[in-house]
Design a protein around this ligand. Sequence first.
Ligand SMILES: C[S@@+](CC[C@H](N)C(=O)[O-])C[C@H]1O[C@@H](n2cnc3c(N)ncnc32)[C@H](O)[C@@H]1O
Ligand SMILES: [Zn+2]
Length: 434
Amino acid sequence: MSTLTPKTLSPFSFLCNPKSKPLNQNPKFATLNPNPIPNSEPILDSDHKSEYRTERGLKFDTGETFFRHESATGRDLGVLAASLYKKSKGKLRVLDALCGCGIRSLRYLVEADADFVLANDGNVDNRNVITENLSQVERSSGEDPRWAVTLLDANRIMTECYLKRDFYDLIDIDSFGSDSSFLRSAINALRMDGLLYVTSTDGFSSGGRRPQQTLAAYGAYVRPMPYSNELGLRMLIGGVVRVASVMGYRVTPLFSYYSYHGPVFRVMLRVIRGKLPDSRHYGFISYCRDCGNSLEFSWDELGRISCPCNDSKVSMSLVVSGPLWTGPLHDAAYTADMLNLAEEWGWAGSDTRTDLDKLLNIMVAESDPRLPFGFINLDEVASRAKVNSPALKAVVSTLQKEGYAVSRSHIESNALKTNCPMSECIRVAQELQR
Ligand SMILES: C[S@@+](CC[C@H](N)C(=O)[O-])C[C@H]1O[C@@H](n2cnc3c(N)ncnc32)[C@H](O)[C@@H]1O
Ligand SMILES: [Zn+2]
């Protein structure tokens, strides 16, 4: 494999020649800023159209680029996964394909100790901001460059990398809307067993309001369902599964993250050689408006979809979406490792009480393989049971005592993931009311 150097890049690429301004590159960056809150308020510099911020102790300029400080958690999760990858494989090359101001690239370099980061953004006006931000890290270590900047369309840079056999361990696609056009070229440019971090910001589609759009983008016809934001993640994973399987690859999600800011749907996937065995974890999901139960159907059950609450063969009460990913949203071992690393870095732990700590703990709980897709909102349970909404803690402990698998949902605070049917949840809510 050739190493990316300024010379090996396309003549169309813009390569920066940054000033060398070394920064404290200790990956234990938490020591840089003892404040556990990842973001600080921006400081405006009226002379230079600069807008300086700090995230996890790293100072950077967002200038006039697109930047959301609310996406810091998605960046934290990406850095944790990247760092675990580096620790296990001993190397890490990252392609930050839609880098904005380059904050992710900077964090992959400093915090995940990436050997090399290629920071790319299609907007040529972002050049100076990206270059200045990355210049905090010395550009080369010995002979090898640590980072480079290109200003190309993401598909073009990823295709160029693929054609040069210049493969990456982690490719971060922080795109807008439900743009799935980057998936194929990203998988091409990814090293075998590499990590693909993909995004959708299209809440209308996952809410079932644009089924033709989700069909075009992810190959899934998505209808309105009570757990639509989980469907957004499943639609995104399913879209990658579909593109990858055409190319002879298999995909497993390491973690899936929904954030209501945006909204943003983010999924970190491991891509390995081999087609999806049969259609496991890739199928159809139904929700029954009559009884509130959800079921999974495989391709060979199409045409025989019904709900046990209804005698007729075809249940008019059913809403069906798919095909999409029906398997686990997270890899249990990987999320546990991410939590341990976050604790080691002081980002999480019972004494920190950070949102990241809560999020990672819920993700670990959601990884229980006994839990099916979807979640049950306690307001829906209360409305069906004709009682006041029960306390989440009480429902969780009752269901656990009765032997059901239960966890909270990181997507909705008043909901739980469980293998307990809706009728039993209704009974529990009524008993708790007495
Ligand atoms: C959501 S912002 C990136 C934010 C950044 N990753 C962060 O964490 O702050 C999306 C970026 O994609 C860039 N962009 C949009 N379409 C692109 C394309 N086709 N190729 C490359 N970059 C693109 C935009 O200029 C914008 O900076
Ligand atoms: Zn039913």
